[in-house]
Design a protein around this ligand. Structure first.
Ligand SMILES: Cc1cc2nc3c(=O)[nH]c(=O)nc-3n(C[C@H](O)[C@H](O)[C@H](O)COP(=O)(O)OP(=O)(O)OC[C@H]3O[C@@H](n4cnc5c(N)ncnc54)[C@H](O)[C@@H]3O)c2cc1C
Length: 310
């Protein structure tokens, strides 16, 4: 049975949801050891130990690992990997920062953004913005993999009781330093784990109109707010709202696309949503090809009407 090491995404207190899908993917390959690299991260390690399917937690506690700086975390992972056959990380911004460094230090080819495990070294992954699915087989002795969170069921966050073992690494590599983080605070659910998402596109005109139109609908539905790249590029909302090929990949129960045309790069980020509702005044807009429910009309009439009826 293969031995896998996963990188746990966390904020030193709790484990991020993206980790749960990685546990499921890793368990399909073999035994799962979870690495919590952080600073004062006992609570995160305790959380990781409870995830069903995790057989051991390694806790590397050092100020150098406080903010998941890839330059510090990657050498730590490489030093631990002697005992493992595969390393897996979520295909999140941090995971995509760390895993390629691990692959480079090991001189192996990374398998990115896997959708399924087909065999001990064979995986599927999207290509051409998700328009084709490639089956790839690695010939490397050690696997380095990133996992698309929406493609795997989430492991149960509780129920496990894995032992926690302290490990240490070389700490600060001196290659980068943490300056600060500006984290947007929102009462709304996080985009990548929300059950319902309401997204707005270029048609929303400007930031104020976007907020006045989209936010009331999102609030009524208890939804997270997303946006197309055109809306983000025009400055209606910040970059971290972007859904799509170069934004976030989401697969909520319900995705409401308002004034979004449905360019392939946008679809690449949301087409796995269970139910897609599109509001667009152009009945030929490509979004209607993937929509389960389509409303053709002016969003500035339809959205307030929806809000008033909900
Ligand atoms: C390499 C690359 C990566 C990209 N990555 C992404 C990505 O990650 N995410 C992303 O979203 N895009 C991405 N794009 C951009 C993408 O190609 C499109 O340009 C973008 O998605 C268009 O955004 P939109 O649908 O909001 O705007 P538009 O295409 O301009 O569509 C606006 C829609 O609103 C409708 N509309 C206008 N007024 C109203 C009204 N009053 N009522 C109802 N409907 C109305 C119109 O009919 C139209 O369909 C990428 C492009 C490239 C080249």
């Amino acid at each position: 049975m293969a031995k896998t090491l996963i990188w746990v995404e966390h904020d030193n207190v709790s484990v991020k949801d993206a980790t749960l899908a990685v546990v499921t993917a890793a368990a399909e390959l073999g035994e799962v050891t979870a690495l919590v690299a952080g600073s004062g991260a006992d609570a995160a390690a305790a959380g990781a130990a409870q995830i069903a399917g995790v057989s051991k937690v390694l806790l590397a506690d050092d100020p150098a690992y406080a903010n998941a700086l890839a330059e510090n975390v990657a050498p730590l992972i490489v030093s631990l990997l002697a005992d493992y056959d595969a390393f897996l990380a979520p295909a999140t911004s941090n995971g995509k920062n760390i895993a390629p460094r691990v692959a480079a230090l090991l001189d192996v080819a990374q398998v990115s953004d896997i959708l399924s495990v087909e065999g001990p070294k064979t995986f599927t992954r999207p290509t051409y913005a998700g328009n084709a699915i490639a089956t790839v087989a690695s010939t490397d002795a050690k696997l380095v993999i990133t996992v698309r969170g929406t493609a795997f069921a989430k492991a149960e966050p509780t129920g496990g009781s894995a032992p926690i073992e302290a490990v240490s690494g070389s700490g600060d590599s001196g290659l980068s330093s943490f300056v600060g983080a500006e984290v947007a605070k929102s009462e709304r659910p996080e985009l990548t784990s929300a059950k319902i998402i309401v997204s707005g596109g270029r048609a929303l005109k400007d930031g104020d109109t976007f907020k006045a139109t989209i936010f009331p609908l999102a609030d009524k539905l208890g939804a997270a707010v997303g946006a197309s790249r055109a809306a983000v590029d025009a400055g209606y909302v910040p970059n971290d709202y972007q859904v799509g090929q170069t934004g976030k990949i989401v697969a909520p129960e319900i995705y409401v696309a308002v004034g979004i045309s449905g360019a392939i790069q946008h679809l690449a980020g949301m087409k796995d949503s269970k139910t897609i509702i599109a509001i667009n005044k152009d009945e030929d807009a490509p979004i209607f090809q993937v929509a389960d429910i389509g409303l053709v009309g002016d969003l500035f009439t339809l959205v307030p009407e929806l809000v008033s009826k909900l």
